[in-house]
Design a protein around this ligand. Structure first.
Ligand code: FAD
Ligand code: UDP
Length: 366
């Protein structure tokens, strides 16, 4: 007996936006998640009065005014601007790559001086059309910045040589010849006041939610529960890995409450040296300009995904992209199941892109 119009697998951002739109259109939705909480990777939890981003730092940013208006229905955003710093051995640099970085690296002041140094470092490398992350990085910022701020960090984060990674990953970062430490070029940016979980809670208003429920076990006894399914888990898991395993990067977060007010003076500090085992330290209170007497920090350790741990980043290299395309063919042939989100589409989506994709999907579907 069908009790719901939609079974939505995953109470993350994709599932929640879809559920919100479907409920608004008069559909009945059941949302299930294997975790014991809603919100997927954007889940935030209050510790010592601080909203802690449990699955990694999340800064909302977008250039799409419709998406910005959409998300503002569910929360008010503060005026946080992400400006990480990078520590390489005993040197400290501003990110993203801008005049503050260049000035510190080469003791220069003018944009033209920086451009000349980069051009000199690039010449002789003979990179015409960058074929991988290393070539892309070298042709954008030259050898010094690549060696000190990119190579070690990227290899820690992805567990692969920079020559084996796609160029687009490094194109996420702005490169500017102005003194501007804003990590994003987007017009809109901020952190939701009250945390991300409250946004998803509002989105799920009107849907039924079942937590601690793994789709694969649960569906065996509830086969005909809904007309259609929106699946936001791992696409290869859905098909029982029958074409092989897609690769993912996972992250382990080591979170500590410290009895001090201000540990590192910034929300995000990247450790770009290979010898430091973690990639970055997040000090959560700085996302909301907190002045609590304690502070909470998380060190991020990157690792290869294996069954039993959380998948975070799809690895969109050639090998995995080919395998994903094969799974995508199977997915397209499923007439009552829609695949969405970072894991369902195996795509390195930011939050705004996930919302956009979910709205587009809901628009077609409803
Ligand atoms: P998820 O949030 O992963 O939700 C999928 C849900 O499905 C999960 O809750 C999972 O438990 C559930 N699920 C999976 N399989 C099953 C199953 N078999 N049964 C039941 N439930 C299941 N984006 C930004 O815009 N800005 C940032 O600063 C930013 N920082 C990030 C930092 C990190 C470390 C990471 C990993 C991502 C970051 N992102 C950022 C991206 C952002 O997290 C994603 O865009 C967004 O959370 C994806 O939402 P989703 O619904 O697709 O996936
Ligand atoms: N990156 C780097 N050095 C840094 C920060 C980022 O080389 O200090 C590279 C790295 O390859 C990373 C990519 O830039 O994967 C994108 O960085 P971003 O901060 O967008 O990563 P995310 O927030 O998705 O983890």
């Amino acid at each position: 007996m069908k009790c719901y119009d939609y079974l939505i697998v995953g109470a993350g951002l994709f599932g929640a936006v879809f559920a919100h739109e479907a409920t608004k259109a008069g559909k009945k939705c059941l949302v299930i998640d294997k975790r014991n909480h809603i919100a997927g990777n954007i889940y935030s939890e209050n510790i010592e009065g601080i909203n802690v981003h449990k699955y990694g730092a999340h800064i909302f940013h977008t250039s799409n005014q419709n998406i910005w208006n959409y998300v503002n229905q569910f929360a008010e955003f503060n005026n946080y601007i992400n400006s990480p710093v990078a520590i390489y051995k005993d040197e400290l640099y501003n990110l993203p790559f801008n005049m503050n970085t260049f000035s510190k690296m080469w003791n220069i002041k003018k944009p033209q001086e920086a451009q000349e140094i980069i051009a000199k470092q690039k010449s002789g490398l003979n990179i015409e059309e960058p074929q991988n992350l290393e070539e892309q990085a070298l042709s954008l910022v030259g050898t010094d910045i690549y060696q000190k701020l990119i190579k070690g960090y990227t290899e820690k984060q992805w567990g692969r040589d920079c020559t084996e990674l796609p160029a687009f990953i490094i194109q996420r970062l702005p490169l500017r010849f102005t003194y501007d430490n804003n990590y994003f070029n987007d017009r809109y940016q901020g952190i939701p006041i009250g945390g991300y979980t409250a946004i998803v809670e509002k989105m799920l208003d009107g849907s039924e939610v079942l937590l601690d429920t793994d789709y694969f076990e649960w569906i065996k006894k509830h086969k005909d529960i809904a007309d259609r399914t929106v699946y936001t888990g791992m696409i290869d898991a859905y098909f029982g890995y029958k074409l092989g395993h897609l690769e993912y990067r996972s992250v382990r977060f080591e979170t500590e409450i410290l009895n001090e007010e201000n540990y590192q003076g910034n929300a995000v500090v990247n450790y770009t040296d290979r010898d430091v085992p973690y990639t970055r330290i997040i000090e959560h209170k700085h996302f909301e300009f907190g002045n609590q007497s304690k502070t909470v920090i998380s060190r991020e350790y990157s690792s290869e995904w294996k069954p039993g741990i959380e998948p975070y980043y799809p690895i969109n290299d050639e090998k995995n992209s080919k395998l994903y395309n094969a799974y995508k063919k199977l997915a397209d042939a499923e007439d009552r199941v829609i695949f969405g989100g970072r894991l369902g589409n195996y795509k390195y989506y930011d939050m705004d892109k996930v919302i956009e994709a979910a709205l587009e999907c809901a628009g077609k579907e409803l």
